[in-house]
Design a protein around this ligand. Sequence first.
Ligand SMILES: Nc1nc2c(ncn2[C@@H]2O[C@H](COP(=O)(O)OP(=O)(O)O)[C@@H](O)[C@H]2O)c(=O)[nH]1
Ligand SMILES: [Mg+2]
Length: 572
Amino acid sequence: MQVVATAGHVDHGKSTLVLALTGMDPDRFAEEKARGLTIDLGFAWATLDSGREVAFIDVPGHVRFLKNMLAGVGAVDACLFVVAATEGWKPQSEEHLRILQLLGVGHGLIALTKVGLVDDETRQLAHMELEDEVQGTFLEGAPVVEVDVPTGRGVGDLRAALDRLLDATPASADRDRPRLWVDRVFAAKGSGTVVTGTLAGGSLAVDDELVVTPSLRKVRVRGLQSLQRQQGRVGPGSRVAVNLSGISHDELSRGHALVRPAQWRPTRTFDASLQVLEGLDHPVSRRGAYQAYLGSGEHSVRLRVLGEEAIAPGKVGAVRLHLPVPVPLLPGDRFIVRESGRDETVGGGEVLDVAPVLAASKARPSRSVDRVVAERGWITAEDLERLTGDRREPNVGRWVVAPAARESALTELRAAIDGAGPLGVDRAGLTDRQRAVLPLLDGVVVEGGRVRPEAVGDPLAGHPYVAAVEASPFSPPEPSGVNRAELAELVRRGLVVEREGVYFGPAAVDTAARRLAELLVEHPDGVTVAQVRDSLGTTRKHALPLLAHFDATGITRRRGDFRIGGPRLPAV
Ligand SMILES: Nc1nc2c(ncn2[C@@H]2O[C@H](COP(=O)(O)OP(=O)(O)O)[C@@H](O)[C@H]2O)c(=O)[nH]1
Ligand SMILES: [Mg+2]
C-alpha cells in the first residue's frame, strides 16, 4: 500500500476528488458535511486498475485548519495536488506546496479541477500559471490532469495517472525501526483503545511490546487493521489502526508516537537545519513564539539560531529547538516551523542531532555519524544506533570510539600501568573502558589478575624478602621496608605464608609440621607451646603464629594448653 495526501486551497475540490476516486466521503463529521468544509483529516482508500492499493489522507485547505493538514502529511509517499481552474493559484496552494517541499515529499501529480466551469482560455491560463508556480519544486514537470467531477470528465485519467505516479514512487523504506505517529484516537466498542496513523520505518505485529511517547507508557498490540481488514503484521507505508492494551484512550492523542522501547531515545532538545521561506518578510531569530510540526504533532518550541543571530528569508541556517515533551526523532526527520503570533509558516528543516552534547555556542550540527562519535568520544553501538539510526560495528569492546578518544585512553592506561611500579595495576580496579582498551595495548602482560609492563619482567622472581625468610626458617625477619603491594602479591602467590603478622616460607611451614608430627609420636597426649618452641629452636613470638596456622589448617587441634594431631597432620 502507498499513502497519498491531498493538498491545495480550500474549496478547490480535494474532498470531492477523493470521494470520486474511492467512493468514500472523507469528510467524516456532521459539521464538515453541513458546512461543506473539511476541518480535520479524512481517510479513504481504493484499489487502482493495476490492483495497487492506495490510501488517501484528505487534508483541510482552510488556513485555520493548517495544523490538521500538517498532522496528515508527515509520513506520506506522494501528494495529489489540487488546483481549481476557476480560481487558479491561491494562498494555501502556495503554502501547502511550500510545506510539502520542506517536508521532502518528492512525488506528486496535479489535478486541475472544475474545468467544466471555465472556458478554454481560462483553462489554458490556469495551466500556464500552474507551470510557473511549481517551477523549481518537486512538482515541476509533474503531470497535470484536467478533471470535472460532476460530469466525470478526467476521473479515469486521474486514476491511471495515480497508478503511474505510484509505480514511480519508491515504497516506504523498511529499516526495522517502526514508528507510528498517531493521528486519531478512539475507544472502539468491545476492543478498547484504538489509534490510527501512517506507519513508517518498519513493521508492526500483533503482540508487539511498544511504548507511547511522550508518556513512555508500555503498551501491547492487541490487534491490527489496515484498510479495515484484520492483519497479523503490517509493513511500512501503510495506513494502520492499532488496538492497544495497557492504556486508555484518554491517555493518547494526536502527535503521540508508538515505537519499540529500546530503539529510540525520545528527546526534548535537537539540532536541525532550518530553511527559511523566501517569501517571509523578516529574518528568523530567537525572538518569536514558534510552533514546530513533527510527525503528527504540534509543539510550542524555543528556537535558538546556531552560529548566527538570525536566518534571512531564503537562507538555510542551523537551529537548536527545545520541545516541551520528549519526542522520538532521528536525523533526517523533517519538520515545519510556524510563528504562532503572525500565524505564518516561516520554514522547515531536517533533524540533524537528536541529543546534542555541545553548547549551542559551539554546536555545528550535521548528519555525520562520525561527528556524533567524535563529540562523545565513547558511545556504545546500541546508543549510537538509537541516536543516528546507523548500525556500526563496535571497535573497542562494545563501544564505538573516536580515534582521538581511543588514543588518549591508551595513553592514560599506559601511564597508569607504568606509574604503578613493578607490580603493575590490579585488573579488577580498572574501569570498563580501560579493560576494553587493554587488549589494544602493546607490551603489557596480564598475570595473576595484574597488568604490568612486559619489559619489567616478574618483579617477584628472586625477591629478597623471600630469600631472607628462607634463610631463617623458624625465626623469619619482619617485612619492614618491603613494599605493601609486593608483600600482598608474595602472599597471594604462596611465596610466603602469613599468620598473625608473621611471615614464613612455605618450606619452613612444611618442615615444622613434620617435626610436630614426630613430637606427637613421643607425646601422644599432646605438646605445649614451650615444647614446640624448643623443638624448632625458636621463640614464643614465632611458635605462637605457627601453631595458630596449624590449628587453622587442620594440622593440629587445640586442647587447653596442649596441641594434639588434626586431620591433616602429616604421616611420620
Ligand atoms: N463543477 C465542479 N465542481 C466541483 C468540482 N470539484 C469540486 N466541486 C465543488 O466544489 C466545492 C468544494 O469542493 P470540496 O471537495 O469540498 O473542496 P475542498 O475544500 O478542496 O475539499 C463543492 O461544492 C464541490 O461540489 C469539479 O471538478 N467540478
Ligand atoms: Mg475538503
